[in-house]
Design a binder for this molecule. Sequence first.
Ligand code: GDP
Ligand code: MN
Length: 379
Amino acid sequence: MNLHEYQARAVLKAAGIPVPDGDVAATPAEVEAIARRLGGRVVVKAQVHAGGRGKAGGVKLAADPAEARKHAEKILGMTIKGLTVQKVLVVPAADIASESYAGVILDRASQRPVMMVSPAGGVDIEEVAAQTPDKIMKLPVDPRYGLLPHQAMRLGFFLYRDLAQVRAAATVLQQLYAAFVTVGASLVEINPLITTPAGQVVALDAKISVDDNELERRPHVAALRDVSAEDPAEVKARDAGLSFIKLEGSVGCCVNGAGLAMATMDLVKYYGGEPANFLDIGGSSNPDKVVTALEIITSDRHVKAILFNIFGGITRCDDVANGIVTATGRTGLKVPIVIRLTGTNEDLAVSILQRAGFSALTDMDEAVKRAVELAGRAA
Ligand code: GDP
Ligand code: MN
């Protein structure tokens, strides 16, 4: 789950990191009022779950409240990387002496949180990593001890020469690590972490991604979810207890079990197709889940064929069959469907499907081949 910048700023602020005051608004009039209250120059910033808002015209400096309002009229409603801007953040404009990058990511290779800092902040950190990797310092953290003071100082020295700034940065980095742990993040980023002409170290931008598995025990973090900013299909899937990830291909997949779902996607690719999604209906026996799964798959207009691959263990094949019949009866099906099921109550499932005019396969290779072929023929 991604937080908006204004939410991430609140997390950083609560951890003690210097963050300029600001407020979030959904209308140009509100923006004008906030700008008046803040006084002086302000920055109006699009709140969408995407980086590079500055380059996309979603971050604008305003000299006065009237100009802030004008910027808000443009930014509210614009789309950045396919996302519609519904809110903007208004903050006092900071004077920038230097822009650095500071972040913590959960690194799967070292199985640890890794601190990352770079004095070349402000721009795409991916670009810095690709072109001038020596400008980034990475430091894995032992989660048992956290980020130790001497480690934080080392990172601070990589960013600044001035000792007061090094110390300030070290404090910010320890607070950043604490914030990372507190919210159960997979990533926290400050880009840019600036110094002001007066020498203060301040976070100007904030990005936090939270590991969905950490939300269960953090209801206050889970409450920050902005459903309106997420893909409707993924929201629907989550509400129904389905594991769903949208992909770019044309073969809609509906599978039980994450391992089988992965294997199915591999096989789709092996036979020359492209999966339209990863979808694991889970191990339960619930026809409603199948109905929701089919609704989600068919709502993707890129889907040219649907492939069911069910290995009946705890999942009963007849439940899945009933789900398919119910869903197709309700919504009607405009794309061909290939059903492979085997295992618990397989015979019952086949007769349910046959009565409704569907046929079922038991061989996985055959089913995948057929689905890929049908998708290719429709394209
Ligand atoms: P992003 O493009 O989505 O990462 O949004 P940022 O919040 O990082 O803003 C992009 C860029 O706008 C920053 O790197 C800064 O150079 C600039 N910027 C943002 N806020 C301010 C500000 O308060 N004052 C000044 N002078 N520039 C700012
Ligand atoms: Mn940024």
